[in-house]
Design a protein around this ligand. Structure first.
Ligand code: NAD
Length: 304
């Protein structure tokens, strides 16, 4: 453990990320000098091709580690010396730790979602789950679900090839589960017999308003897990609540991936509840700036 920690986040469009304040505030509360820098490829006029140079420079300049996000989670693997077994199986890295000059790739997206799921939906039935969205977040979430014994996972994506590819990869890692891909047009039929729904597309974010799932397909005995967390209560989460379904919003995954990255960077166990409360306040402050929040904030309660 050290009392001075320098970390960063590499990706595109990450200037408004909530991750730096989350890490830095926890560091401050733990008495660390914790600096978390944004390295936004767009803002710097860089591309994924610059990733090897950026990772090398971070290591040489004394960074303790990096978080890695879209569109670099796969490409960064070629810049690393070692992967944890889970990151290798997932083929995606969101956390790099520099250890004795070696760059080690971890994936805390899947473990972060898993921890959030265990917290809110540990007793939920997982015989049959439908997941919409088979991109980067979708791969991590599917891995976590299958690690928790989901018997049948049906993957749906607007890009059918992506869903098929992810299903093929996961079958090799979880041979005991039934994992298949379904056409987007059959989403409602697939949901009719499912215990749970996981949403992992960008729909519901401010830039992608709406919901990828028709409200009519939601029902009280179908649990719904969301990965989008800005806003915390997406249109899907609100529709699921209105249908009487148990819900897990995307905030838990966001917090716990950061909690685990913080521990890897510092060697110190962070206060996860404090980080959850902090993310909650950051999201609430952000949403209080929007007209939508202002119209009905009085009756909103937030849970991560
Ligand atoms: P991505 O671009 O890698 O994948 C998104 C997938 O969704 C694509 O395969 C796309 O074809 C599919 N898609 C888009 N719209 C669709 C629709 N209407 N119907 C069906 N499929 C559709 O993106 P990603 O990195 O997987 O991120 C997805 C979302 O997850 C983003 O909103 C991101 O903010 C969120 N996310 C949250 C966390 C967290 O910690 N809570 C972590 C990572 C990502």
């Amino acid at each position: 453990m050290t009392d001075s920690v320098l970390c960063g986040l590499i990706g595109t469009g990450v200037l408004p990320s909530l991750t730096p304040p989350l890490h830095e505030e926890e560091g401050r509360r733990q008495g660390l000098r914790y600096l978390y820098r944004i390295i936004d490829l767009d803002a710097l006029g860089l591309t994924v091709a610059d990733l090897p140079r950026l990772v090398r420079s971070a290591r040489d300049l004394g960074f303790r580690g990096l978080n890695i996000t879209h569109p670099c989670k796969q490409a960064v693997i070629d810049c690393l010396d070692e992967l944890t077994p889970d990151a290798a199986r997932l083929g995606a890295v969101n956390t790099v730790v520099f250890d004795d000059g070696r760059a080690v790739g971890h994936n805390t997206d899947w473990s972060g979602f898993g921890r959030a799921f265990d917290r809110e939906l540990a007793d939920a039935p997982v015989r049959s789950v439908v997941q919409i969205g088979a991109g980067g977040a979708g791969a991590a979430v599917a891995y976590a679900l299958l690690s928790r014994g989901v018997g049948h996972l049906a993957l749906v994506d607007a890009d059918a090839v992506r869903a098929q590819r992810l299903a093929r990869t996961l079958v090799t890692v979880f041979p005991g589960a039934v994992i298949d891909s379904r056409p987007l047009a059959t989403l409602e039929a697939a949901l009719a017999g499912a215990d749970g729904l996981v949403h992992a597309t960008p729909m519901g974010m401010a830039e992608h308003p709406g919901s990828a799932v028709p409200a009519a397909a939601l029902r009280p005995d179908l649990w719904v897990a969301e990965v989008v967390y800005r806003p915390l209560r997406t249109e899907l989460v609100r529709a699921a609540e209105a249908a009487g379904a148990r819900t897990l919003n995307g905030g838990g995954m966001a917090v716990y991936q950061a909690v685990e990255a913080y521990r890897l960077f510092t060697g110190v166990e962070p206060d996860a509840d404090r980080m959850r409360a902090h993310l909650l306040s950051l999201c609430a402050a952000e949403e209080s700036d929007t007209a939508a929040f202002a119209s009905s904030s009085a009756d909103r309660t937030y849970r991560l």
